[in-house]
Design a protein around this ligand. Structure first.
Ligand SMILES: NC(=O)C1=CN([C@@H]2O[C@H](COP(=O)(O)OP(=O)(O)OC[C@H]3O[C@@H](n4cnc5c(N)ncnc54)[C@H](O)[C@@H]3O)[C@@H](O)[C@H]2O)C=CC1
Ligand SMILES: O=C(O)CCC(=O)C(=O)O
Length: 393
């Protein structure tokens, strides 16, 4: 029997979707789903009246109306780290492609297709000097954003015999602990920028970082440095970058977010938002997204939400009803919920609460059914955002 309707948007790897059992329908055409799995397409949660949760199979959630979702009690997940290796696995080759003039070298080889066969090796040897490059080893890498991707990139730089500097204004302890000790973490961004031959961006786009890479940012970079953007297009002020490429202050701009002006510039290399596009990464993201979504839909448990607190509670076998109360994070809500339930003689087996400063989330296990009238009473409180009654079988 179908309990939950899932809508997929974009190509979601089957490895994850296959984990959903018979209780789920999965349909890209479903316009009234309980859950959504999406990659980079724009999603406005207002378009889905019964939506409970959305999982972004990836890291960035700038394509989703997260603030609206919070107001409506819709849980938004992402899949931290699931595609990080794929990004790192592309950024280093892209830097190498620029430094070693690979692109020009490949075009040159293609141009030899019409040359008589006995002349090809002569042409190769006599003209290859034009494509001489420089090595990654020995260069200094600056990583802006030491999250899942940034830490792997910084460590990868050390493994490639680079000097590595990194900056992050809000580093998580988990990520910092994974950094190799050879990486220098600077307290100010300018100290990373001023040291680096190659600056790579690995931070989210938000109201604080939109346009962050402007003329001032670029002026703090070493003359002749290379800028790499595999984070998000709008973090970079394109005009400032193009001006710096023209003046020579930047040697090159390597980006996953092509625009007409960037593509047209001779000192750029672009890929079509390919950072996460590997079989392995798509499988990882899909499996993680589906796991998060099903734990939420079945049990109300939360891991890796970007707008709700993390919380997990395993129900006792005697529990019949799991009541979820999602509320604004204001004082007195636990007392309010327990009072309403107590007034109606409801025996609480387990009460678990977490908050993230904006949303309070309560998992309340009950050994009986729960009347709709009690839920209605809870929902009448203006600080209650949403409730769910999950019947455990
Ligand atoms: N090109 C692609 O296909 C992909 C792009 N991305 C982009 O890369 C971004 C980073 O991904 P993850 O490392 O997985 O995320 P993450 O959340 O693990 O790390 C982001 C880091 O950026 C830091 N940060 C925030 N504001 C900052 C600022 N002003 N300056 C420096 N650091 C700042 C955060 O503190 C955090 O440590 C994502 O938000 C996404 O936009 C992610 C995956 C694939
Ligand atoms: O799913 C994709 O291809 C894009 C991945 C991405 O940009 C992200 O995870 O933030």
């Amino acid at each position: 029997m179908t309990l939950f309707r899932i809508k997929t948007i974009n190509a979601i790897a089957p490895e994850g979707l296959e984990l959903l059992g018979d209780e789920y329908s999965v349909d890209p055409e479903d316009n009234n789903p309980h859950g959504i799995v999406v990659r980079s397409s724009q999603v406005d949660v207002d378009d889905y009246p019964e939506l409970l949760a959305l999982a972004r199979a990836g890291a960035g959630v700038n394509n989703i109306t997260v603030d609206k979702a919070t107001e409506k009690g819709i849980c938004i997940f992402n899949t931290p780290g699931a595609n990080a290796n794929a990004v790192v696995d592309l950024v280093f080759p892209m830097i190498g492609i620029w430094l070693r003039n690979i692109y020009q070298g490949i075009s040159f080889c293609k141009s030899l297709a019409d040359v008589p066969p006995d002349e090809v090796s002569g042409e190769v040897e006599s003209r290859k000097a034009a494509f001489r490059g420089v090595e990654i080893a020995g260069k200094t890498l600056g990583v802006v954003g030491l999250g899942q991707i940034g830490v792997r990139l910084a460590n990868g730089g050390i493994q490639r015999f680079m000097k590595v500097y990194g900056f992050d204004p809000f580093p998580s302890l988990d990520n910092i602990h994974k950094l190799f000790s050879e990486v220098t973490v600077t307290r100010a961004m300018r100290d990373t920028l001023s040291q680096a031959d190659i600056v790579s961006l690995h931070l989210p786009v938000n109201e604080k970082t939109r346009g962050m890479v402007d003329a001032d940012f670029i002026a703090k970079m070493k003359p002749g440095a290379i800028l790499v953007n595999y984070a998000r297009g709008p973090i970079v002020n394109e005009e400032a970058v193009l001006a710096a490429l023209d003046s020579g202050h930047l040697e090159a701009f390597i980006s996953d977010f092509p625009t007409p002006a960037v593509i047209a510039h001779p000192k750029t290399l672009t890929t079509p938002h390919l950072g996460a596009s590997t079989t392995e990464s798509e499988g990882n993201c899909s499996r993680m997204a589906v796991g998060e979504l099903s734990a939420y839909l079945h049990y109300g448990n939360i891991t890796h939400s970007v707008n709700f607190p993390n919380i997990e509670s395993i129900p006792e076998s005697t529990v019949q009803t799991r009541l979820i109360v999602i509320n604004k994070d204001v004082p007195g809500m636990i007392a309010f919920v327990t009072k309403v339930l107590g007034n109606h003689g409801v025996n609480i087996v387990s009460f678990k609460n977490e908050s993230n400063g904006t949303v309070g989330y309560n998992i309340i296990d009950i050994e009986s059914t729960l009347d709709q009238s009690i839920v209605t009473e809870l929902e009448a409180n203006e600080d209650v955002i949403r409730t769910r009654r999950i019947i455990l079988t």
